[in-house]
Design a protein around this ligand. Structure first.
Ligand code: SF4
Ligand code: SF4
Ligand code: SF4
Length: 266
């Protein structure tokens, strides 16, 4: 079993971590890595293109296969063109559906307020586009220079960590969710098993629904939630007038705190 885990990890390390599901594995790169280790063809990662198909063939000592084609043209590094999502903010109705759909938490915004894509974090996976009820998300070409190999690995590691953090949050929310699920529910157990084998990603704990959980929110928590919401509103207002990297970081941190507090108070 350990040798299988080690092989899945080596395969996963070569996958782009876009978590787009275009390989046919809706839950992202890790389930595809597992399927490859079990014998599935290793040429299905569309964002990875030919370089990833070739690297996998080499790792697995299998014959080279032609990578499945992307709809985007091929870049100088042999991979399909990198894309980014952009929200037409004046058309956004603040429904928040795109936030739940984004596997790497690259969208910020609160209910009924304009939403924004954090361009540096967006992988162009397109998962936020179908849930948007007013179709106000566009994909544009990423015009940044192509990353070096080292930068690409760093980027992949960061995306993997962000996805595991996203899964853990969704796992917690799953127990309390009343509205419709925007994205198909993720099979968290596989990720939980792998997260326990490595320090490189946040550990995932699979939650069991506990109907005895009390939904009482203490007065202190209510005050704290109100304070954070006020700070978020203030920052969002300031940022809508002028960009400011430090305030943007504060905003992300406050949204994280808000989410954590909401979840712990459920
Ligand atoms: S990046 Fe590649 S391996 Fe990962 S989910 Fe997308 S197509 Fe599948
Ligand atoms: S913002 Fe949209 S396209 Fe970008 S990573 Fe998130 S879901 Fe994918
Ligand atoms: S899904 Fe569309 S309308 Fe809803 S918050 Fe996202 S961008 Fe705005």
């Amino acid at each position: 079993m350990n040798s299988t885990i080690s092989m899945i990890r080596q395969i996963d390390a070569l996958l782009p971590q876009t978590q787009c599901g275009l390989c046919g594995h809706r839950d992202g790169c890790l389930p595809y890595a597992q399927a490859i280790a079990e014998g599935e063809a290793a040429n299905k990662c569309i964002p990875g293109g030919q370089p990833v198909a070739d690297a996998l063939a080499k790792l697995l000592d299998r014959g080279a296969l032609k990578a499945e084609e992307s709809v985007w043209p091929i870049q100088a590094d042999g991979r399909p063109q990198r894309m980014k999502a952009v929200i037409r903010e004046d058309e956004c109705i603040g429904c928040t559906k795109c936030i739940s759909a984004c596997p790497v938490d690259a969208i910020i915004g609160s209910g009924k307020l304009m939403h924004t894509v954090l361009t540096d974090l967006c992988t162009g996976c397109e998962l936020c586009i179908p849930p948007c009820p007013v179709d106000c998300i566009d994909l544009i070409e990423d015009v940044q220079p192509l990353p070096t190999e080292d930068l690409r690995i760093q980027e992949q590691n960061d995306l993997r960590r962000r996805y595991y953090a996203h899964i853990q949050r969704e796992e917690t929310r799953r127990m309390y969710r009343k509205g419709p699920v925007v994205r198909a529910e993720i099979d968290s157990e596989l990720f939980a098993r792998f997260s326990q084998q490595t320090d490189a990603v946040p550990a995932i704990e699979v939650k069991q629904k506990d109907i005895s959980v009390q939904n009482t929110v203490s007065a202190q928590t209510t005050i704290e939630l109100a304070k954070i919401r006020t700070q978020i509103k203030k920052l969002e207002k300031q940022l809508s007038v002028r960009e400011d990297a430090q305030k943007q970081t504060q905003l992300i941190e406050l949204n994280r705190q808000l989410q954590a507090l909401q979840e712990s108070s459920k």
